[in-house]
Design a protein around this ligand. Structure first.
Ligand code: SF4
Length: 106
């Protein structure tokens, strides 16, 4: 799950030239169980599900300059840090269906 805040949504809205409400509806979803807003996901042949803003052909982020704050916390590079994280977890878990999360543990 990629948690997203108001500034992140504002940045995406500006990036796509749409309103805040449009960006929120199009790219995010409120997850009742965790009580947080997160980026929507799409189907992915490698991972089952991955961020909706990920280009599943080129295997990279489509909004890199406007990516959410949580994505910026991953080590730098021109690729999606979350994708790299999934790859890393997958190779270490050796479980093809393993899906990592970015939840914070209190
Ligand atoms: S860096 Fe990855 S997780 Fe973040 S918005 Fe881009 S594709 Fe999505």
């Amino acid at each position: 799950m990629i948690e997203i805040g108001k500034r992140d949504i504002q940045r995406l809205a500006k990036h796509f030239g749409i309103t805040y409400d449009q960006a929120e509806a199009r790219y995010t979803v409120f997850r009742k169980a965790e009580k947080v807003r997160a980026l929507r996901k799409q189907n992915d042949p490698n991972f089952g599900k991955i961020c909706k803003l990920f280009d599943t052909i080129k295997r990279q982020c489509t909004v890199y300059a406007a990516r959410p704050t949580v994505c910026k916390s991953y080590p730098d590079g021109k690729r999606c840090g979350y994708y790299d994280f999934l790859k890393f977890e997958r190779s270490h878990q050796n479980e093809p269906d393993y899906v990592a999360t970015t939840q914070h543990h209190l």
